[in-house]
Design a protein around this ligand. Structure first.
Ligand SMILES: Cc1cc2nc3c(=O)[nH]c(=O)nc-3n(C[C@H](O)[C@H](O)[C@H](O)COP(=O)(O)O)c2cc1C
Length: 323
């Protein structure tokens, strides 16, 4: 699949990168439930450049996950060619560049979303990455950031400025998180700005992201913004079947409710997949996923206590068998 962003049917329903969560096991689960495209968590360009072994592990994937997009971040332009080539050499389908991260360890050093304050560097990063590899290069950003930190009166740099500045580059796709840097993870998204961004971005599909509400509202938001798809993040934790349900709703106007048997089966399968890919050394990473699967169960509190101490797939099976 050369440019999967172009070839796949629209609307695209995809994951987003999420640090510490979107590993191979989770991506396989999302794929099985109908995700069109899946993402790794963000991977440091500097760490790739210096060949960090721990970072190289983040690039591991199974063929069944494809198309997989590796998201990279960093502010040093000179490190991008080597890092991008290394990513492409793994056979991965695409590269995404992070221009949206508000975390202090990234944005605090002028990376992530703060790069929007230095559009010349953004442009060079994107152009250099596109020139370095044959696979599609996409970007992920936010609707806005204040021009000057902490000074409301100075105005905003918006995703529209970003699109205008980069208009002559063949960016394969764009995910826009509908919240600003200043309100990074709470509250509603700016649908009006997302709609303008979609109208302005011409070189590939534009996917909206942020504040998933309901399956019905996804369809309304896609209609309003005319976006080419939606990228899902926290809403799918413990609910990967949302991919299937959203597609069913788009195609038929209704969707099938999930059963407890399917939830149990998915959680146990997830545990086994994680065990296969990471074995005992980091199996406890599943714990944060498992507690989402039991949200809404009448005994959630009790189950959470049991799930945060699991050490292997058999422990997980025992707990879910009782439900
Ligand atoms: C725990 C966590 C980790 C995240 N890691 C990344 C990341 O590595 N790269 C990225 O572009 N966005 C990251 N995000 C942002 C999400 O991809 C997404 O844009 C954001 O959560 C908004 O979507 P939501 O409201 O549907 O969750 C992360 C978010 C969370 C909650």
């Amino acid at each position: 699949m050369k440019n999967f962003w172009k070839e796949l049917n629209k609307p695209l329903i995809t994951t987003t990168p999420m640090a510490g969560l979107t590993d191979s096991a989770w991506r396989q689960i999302c794929k099985q439930w109908g995700a069109d495209i899946v993402h790794t968590e963000f991977v440091s360009v500097d760490a790739l450049y210096y060949g960090s072994k721990k970072t190289m592990k983040l690039l591991e994937y199974k063929a069944s996950e494809q198309p997989v997009v590796v998201q990279i971040f960093g502010k040093h332009i000179d490190k991008y060619p080597k890092a991008a080539k290394l990513v492409a050499s793994t056979g991965i389908a695409g590269i995404d560049i992070n221009f949206g991260c508000p975390a202090r360890k990234v944005a605090g050093h002028g990376g992530g979303v703060c790069l929007l304050r230095d559009m010349a560097t953004v442009k060079q990063i994107v152009a250099t990455t596109i020139d370095s590899v044959k696979i599609p290069v996409s970007v992920k950003t936010r609707v806005s950031i204040r021009k000057v930190q902490g000074k409301a009166e100075e105005g905003n740099i918006t995703v529209l400025d970003f699109i205008k500045k980069l208009a002559d580059l063949p960016i394969a796709a764009m995910i826009v998180h509908g919240r600003s840097y200043e309100v990074p993870f709470t509250g509603p998204v700016d649908l009006a700005m997302l709609k303008k961004a979609k109208a302005q971005f011409k070189s590939g599909p534009l996917l909206i992201n942020g504040s998933f509400q309901t399956i019905e509202s996804v369809v309304k938001d896609l209609e309003y913004t005319k976006a080419d798809g939606i990228a899902l993040s926290r809403a799918i934790l413990g609910k990967p079947w949302l991919f299937k349900q959203i597609k069913e709703y788009i195609n038929t106007g209704k969707y099938t409710e999930i059963t407890w048997d399917e939830i149990k089966e998915t959680a146990v399968k997830h545990a086994h997949l994680l065990w296969e890919s990471k074995a005992d050394q980091s199996f406890k990473e599943i714990r944060k996923h498992l507690i989402y699967y039991v949200k809404g169960h009448p005994e959630t509190a009790k189950l959470r206590k049991e799930l945060v101490v699991v050490n292997n797939p058999q422990d997980v099976e025992k707990i879910f068998k009782k439900l």
